[in-house]
Design a binder for this molecule. Structure first.
Ligand code: GAF
Length: 436
């Protein structure tokens, strides 16, 4: 499928037949429909979302898919395929779920834990007994129920879930599940939410039910992306537009390098970074770091602690890199673009990585090795994508070099004694949709 370097992270089936068969086997009848929502890579703009800044992600071909049927059982019953769900049926009492308060509402301890991303925050409260993947399904039902009024969401659902988005790899496997369930229930129950509203509903499931204090990047990418385009999103105004990204036509490829170092944003690091950004904004007297200009950084340096300043510097320069990347992609048709523009885009990616490695503090040795090796082997540029602390790096390469660069990265990992990374091509794909 166009990738020269894909190994085992195949994007999986894009139709629904296998899932319908599975649904029949588990629930004895046909589902009412099947929906899919993609994972994403973020081309550039990391940790800028909750700072009310700019991001430029694109949806990938790997999707979470759900087959759903409305029932009168009063239960949410979830079965899954493959490692995403493990074996067995998970049953959740929907009435109890709907009435349930969010962790934030349960008092200051729970709220504080959720806000700082401390371990065990939300799951203790609501989804504690649910396997990880089922929390995302239940969380969206909970979030939709609050929005719509419990009765409107429907008395019960049977769900079969599958996903080809690698789990815990920084490719938004959780947002893909949330968004697939969100569009499915929105359709089946006739709730009439627009995609923009579903972004916030899915985000609330993640923040208040699962307990990961994340922004709107992942859910926006999964719901709003268009085939062949990156999504330029202003996270303050929530205005977005597609930016054409004709990679294949330009003889380019984006390699995803999954380091297999897994991360979880419910645990500490992400929340601490977010806290540092919010502290920086408070100390600088702005609503959000979006409001700080690059020219104001020298003054900020005098005002902030070295650590908070470093975090602030990343966000401020990263916002500018997103704007530069969009300007570049808008200004030339990449199919006709020369080496200069390609290198310029590549340099923005590599600068973004260096900024996270040196200033934001969310890289790790495996990500640095992936980036350094790809660039040394001839990539135009490379960077980690997603929250960091592991997960996936992306590299912008000539399609003709993809195989060789992937191999160079695998070799470097082998030499260093790291587990073999998964290297595969990604292309900008469509957002969430109904399949059947
Ligand atoms: C994770 C979060 F879910 C996003 O909201 C975003 O902050 C990202 O990390 C970093 O850019 O994917």
């Amino acid at each position: 499928e166009g990738s020269h370097a894909r190994t085992s992270h195949s994007s999986g089936p894009s139709d629904a037949a296998d899932l319908i068969d599975h649904f029949r086997a588990v629930f004895g009848d046909d589902p009412d429909g099947v929906w899919a929502a993609p994972g994403r890579v973020n081309l550039i703009g990391e940790h800028t979302d909750y700072n009310e800044g700019f991001v430029l992600p694109f949806a990938i071909e790997h999707t979470a898919r759900v087959a759903l049927r409305r029932t009168e059982t009063g239960e949410l019953r979830i079965a899954g395929r493959q490692e995403v769900a493990g074996a067995g049926l998970v049953r959740v009492d929907l009435a109890a779920l709907r009435g349930g308060p969010s962790p934030r509402e349960l008092g200051s301890d729970a709220a504080g834990a959720a806000a700082t991303g401390a371990e065990d925050a939300a799951p203790e409260v609501l989804g504690g007994d649910l396997p990880g993947w089922a929390r995302y399904v239940a969380g969206v039902l909970w979030s939709l129920g609050r929005e719509a009024g419990a009765a409107d969401v429907g008395p019960g659902y049977d769900v079969v879930l599958d996903s080809s988005v690698p789990i815990g790899a920084g490719l938004s496997s959780s947002a893909a599940i949330e968004c697939a369930v969100g569009v499915a229930v929105n359709d089946l129950a006739g709730l009439g939410h627009g995609l923009d509203e579903l972004v916030l509903i899915a985000q609330r499931a993640e923040n208040d039910f699962v307990g990961a204090p994340t922004g709107i990047l992942d859910q926006s990418a999964s719901l709003l992306s268009q085939d062949g385009h990156a999504l330029f999103l202003d996270c303050r105004t929530r205005e977005s537009r597609g930016v054409p990204l004709a990679l294949a036509e330009a003889g380019l490829e984006i390699l995803a390098i999954d380091t297999r170092v897994s991360h979880a944003h419910e645990s500490g690091g992400y929340g601490q970074l977010r806290d540092a950004c919010e502290l920086g904004a408070r100390e600088l007297g702005v609503q959000a770091l979006r409001d700080v200009e690059e020219s104001e950084l020298p003054a900020a340096r005098d005002q902030l602690s070295p650590e908070v300043y470093a975090r602030v510097k990343h966000i401020v320069t990263e916002n500018q890199r997103v704007l530069d990347a969009v300007r570049l992609l808008d200004s030339v048709d990449f199919r006709a673009a020369g080496e200069t523009e390609r290198r310029e885009l590549g340099r923005l990616l590599t600068d973004s990585h260096a900024s996270m490695r040196d200033d934001f503090g969310n890289s790790c040795p495996e990500l640095d090795l992936a980036v350094d090796t790809a660039v040394a082997a001839g990539a135009y540029g490379a960077r980690m994508t997603g929250g960091g602390f592991g997960g996936t790096a992306i590299a912008l390469v000539r399609a003709a070099d993809a195989e060789r660069i992937g191999e160079a990265v695998r070799e470097a990992f082998g030499r260093t004694g790291y587990a073999a990374p998964e290297v595969f091509g990604v292309r900008p794909a469509a957002g969430a949709r109904r399949l059947v």
